[in-house]
Design a protein around this ligand. Structure first.
Ligand SMILES: [Zn+2]
Ligand SMILES: [Zn+2]
Length: 349
């Protein structure tokens, strides 16, 4: 009789443990599926990471897809890796909420790139930001490329010139295949992005050649993508400050949902070898500048700062990604929410 009671009690405890495990793991799965949400607010944007490194590892170079959460059309922020990134993102279920248009002539990857990516925003002409665009162009659909004039000029001078690659654009050396319409952005002037509800405003950034920050806007919500950039104190051009001032002003009546910014090297990298890039120390210094300009600090309390462009290395030694993660956490006195971008990841912001 006593033994029976004991068995019953043990089964009840087992059942309780099991149900806790179920609750725990279903929570985990949900957390994995949608990586993050901005507080309790409904998300405004979806971001898919197609490539997270800043070089060395082909197949995983700077590229992100962004869409208004209520639309089926993305824009591509840089395009270092496209097809491989879309394949990996599919393996991670990153397009779970997208109703992919099924043209039977094309694979799902083909349909996502051809039907759902409505334009490219290219920050600068370095190969790790455009390789995917060049390589996939023979099977891509017609769409615009939005960039500052010097960036578009680099694209036609350096790549779409019938030497490095065929001229798929509507400018530069004839014959022009007219697949990509090059749209010159005027700095600090808002421009609509065709086939989407988004608008973009471009800001010049300091790098060995001109780079760009894109402020993407959908009604009252903002998202910012920065291409490669050095810190103002090293570059001495005040370009990041101009961006922070603009954003601080916008934040008086708008919401900043997310920010993609680079950290290429660890803090061990000396300033004279930065070549227009950031380290954890310099990123935190820049974000602190931004923070001081904002009147109502609660406006950026939940802001996700998504770290891109960590330089992959083939050298033996400590993993730079782990080091950068540690250094960001150590220096994070203002409580910024850092997320290290991972290829295939989807974020709701
Ligand atoms: Zn780069
Ligand atoms: Zn670069």
């Amino acid at each position: 009789m006593q033994k029976n009671n004991l068995t019953r009690r043990i089964s009840a405890i087992q059942l309780l443990c099991l149900s806790w495990l179920v609750i725990f793991f279903s929570g985990q799965l949900q957390a994995d599926n949608v990586i993050s949400k901005t507080g309790t607010k409904k998300p405004a944007f979806e971001l898919v990471v197609l490539g997270d490194t800043g070089g060395i590892q082909d197949g995983n170079l700077s590229a992100f897809l962004l869409r208004d959460i209520n639309e089926q059309h993305y824009i591509s922020l840089d395009a270092g890796t496209l097809v491989n990134g879309i394949n990996i993102a599919q393996q991670h279920n990153a397009f779970a909420d997208l109703t992919v248009i099924q043209d039977p002539q094309w694979s799902t990857t083909g349909n996502i790139l051809r039907q759902h990516v409505k334009g490219y925003l290219i920050s600068h002409g370095h190969l790790d930001h455009v390789a995917g665009l060049l390589i996939s162009s023979p099977e891509d659909s017609a769409k615009p490329i939005y960039a500052l004039p010097s960036v578009n000029q680099t694209l036609i001078d350096t790549y779409f010139n019938w030497k490095a690659w065929a001229n798929f654009t509507n400018k530069g050396l004839p014959p022009r295949l007219n697949q990509y319409q090059l749209v010159d952005l005027v700095p600090k002037q808002s421009q609509t992005i065709t086939d989407t509800s988004l608008k973009v405003t471009a800001f010049s950034l300091s790098h060995p050649l001109e780079s760009t920050a894109f402020v993407i806007e959908k009604d009252q919500d903002l998202f910012v993508y920065l291409g490669d950039t050095g810190p103002d104190q090293v570059e001495k051009q005040g370009k990041l400050k101009a961006l922070w001032q603009y954003l601080a002003q916008q934040l008086q009546h708008k919401h900043l949902r997310g920010l993609v910014i680079e950290v290429s090297f660890t803090n061990q990298r000396p300033d004279n070898l930065l070549f227009g890039h950031l380290t954890p120390k310099w990123l935190i210094q820049e974000l602190t500048q931004f923070h001081t300009l904002i009147d109502d600090k609660s406006k950026i309390k939940d802001l996700q700062v998504i770290i891109s462009h960590i330089k992959y290395t083939m050298k033996n030694g400590p993993d730079p990604r782990e080091q950068i993660k540690q250094q960001l956490n150590q220096g994070n006195l203002l409580g910024f929410k850092f997320v290290l971008a991972t290829q295939g990841q989807r974020l709701h912001l």
